[in-house]
Design a protein around this ligand. Structure first.
Ligand SMILES: [Zn+2]
Ligand SMILES: [Zn+2]
Length: 377
């Protein structure tokens, strides 16, 4: 599911959203649906049938995902035509789409967790424990790595996966009795890099791992919703989130165009033009071919193990560079750093540089100039 307006993590208030179902094997979009809450023509008092009205939803932005998901899986005309029934749903754990789907479907629908969202949620749960001193970025990265190994090495074996996940806290607390062959500490060949000692943290970690282990059958089969994210990127390109297209039929056309690009590449433009009996255009032909070739090459390259390794190394290098730079520069950017009078981090600065000369400024004594630094946008 994608929304056409950015959410800030707490509230989502997009006027429209779009959902797609993507085949696990083909990676292509099978069907798509959209939920539109507003129509500028209806709002200006025009009748619903005198314009191309696309408004089809009343509820909140968050309810769009479940609604579109249930429609796509239970009532998709394309799936029905092909005599297909979806029985396994791969998705994130954030929405109640699966509940909506099951409500409208008499058959048993299985749910698999998406690997990327799963890892992200696991990391978020770990950060919640950051009140413990031993939970730092370095230890979290290590725990995440253990979790990743557990997933990768127990594909399709829920029982072993659950066992491995339950064993993670023991491994962190230097108890390697039940570790698998992957653990280099077991054979004593390497020193333990991350060693935790806090016992109440051990209980919390065990509870967390137990929670994931109990659901191991949901993610023992590796399933990724990466294709959805790539589609969301195409859509963000054709319908930028900072411009509102969702009050007219424009957003629907942009969505349909994104679906074509995702499934057939940019050369679909040429076919569409031919269908409309327009000349395809020499430059368009050349340009779209070039774009498609580039995209295919990039997709193939990105899957290679060498490319993955390179990405990890690059990320580490950037992180190192950031740390080094920030250490040598001192505080350069911090929310409200201009307002905080006694901010400790700013001690390195000459205070008068931040706070300015001690003069009372008022509208009578000065010509005031207002400006707005929209840095977050
Ligand atoms: Zn309308
Ligand atoms: Zn171990």
């Amino acid at each position: 599911m994608g929304w056409s307006k950015r959410g800030n993590g707490k509230s989502y208030d997009s006027l429209n959203g779009y959902g797609t179902i993507i085949g696990f094997l083909s990676g292509k979009i099978l069907d798509y649906a959209e939920r539109i809450r507003k129509c500028k023509f209806c709002d200006s008092g025009r009748k619903k049938d005198d314009h191309d009205c696309r408004k089809n939803f009343q509820g909140s932005a968050k309810a769009m995902e479940a609604s579109a998901g249930a429609e796509l899986i239970n009532n998709s005309s394309i799936l029905k035509e092909a005599n297909l029934e979806a029985r396994v749903l791969i998705g994130d754990e954030d929405s109640c789409t699966i509940a909506a789907v099951r409500r409208g479907n008499p058959k048993t629908i299985f749910k698999l967790a998406d690997e990327n969202h799963l890892k992200k949620n696991f990391s978020r749960d770990l950060w919640k424990l950051s009140s413990f001193k031993e939970i730092k970025k370095r230890s979290i990265d290590h725990i995440k790595k253990c979790f990743g190994y557990a997933l990768a090495q127990n594909m399709g074996d829920a029982q072993n996966l659950a066992k491995t996940i339950r064993n993670i806290p023991d491994h962190l607390y230097d108890n390697h009795e039940n570790c698998g062959s992957w653990c280099s500490r077991r054979s004593g060949s390497k020193e333990q890099t991350i060693l935790l000692t806090n016992l109440s943290l051990f209980d919390k970690l065990s509870a967390l791992c137990e929670e994931y282990a109990a659901n191991a059958n949901k993610f023992s089969i590796p399933a990724s919703s990466q294709a959805n994210e790539s589609f969301n990127n195409i859509m963000a390109h054709k319908s930028p989130k900072n411009i509102c297209y969702s009050r007219s039929e424009s957003s629907s056309y942009r969505l349909a165009s994104s679906v074509c690009t995702k499934n057939d590449g940019d050369s679909c433009i040429v076919e569409i033009r031919q269908k409309l009996q327009l000349s395809p255009g020499r430059h368009t032909l050349f340009y779209t071919k070039q774009l498609d070739a580039k995209r295919q090459k990039r997709a193939l390259d990105a899957k290679l193990p060498a490319a993955k390794k390179r990405r990890i190394i690059k990320t580490q290098e950037r992180e190192e560079l950031r740390k080094n730079n920030e250490n040598s520069e001192g505080v350069q950017y911090k929310s409200n750093c201009g307002l905080s009078q006694d901010c400790e981090d700013l001690e390195a600065f000459d205070e008068s540089l931040i706070n300015g000369p001690n003069i009372q400024i008022s509208a009578e004594t000065c010509n005031l100039v207002f400006f707005d630094l929209e840095t977050s946008g």
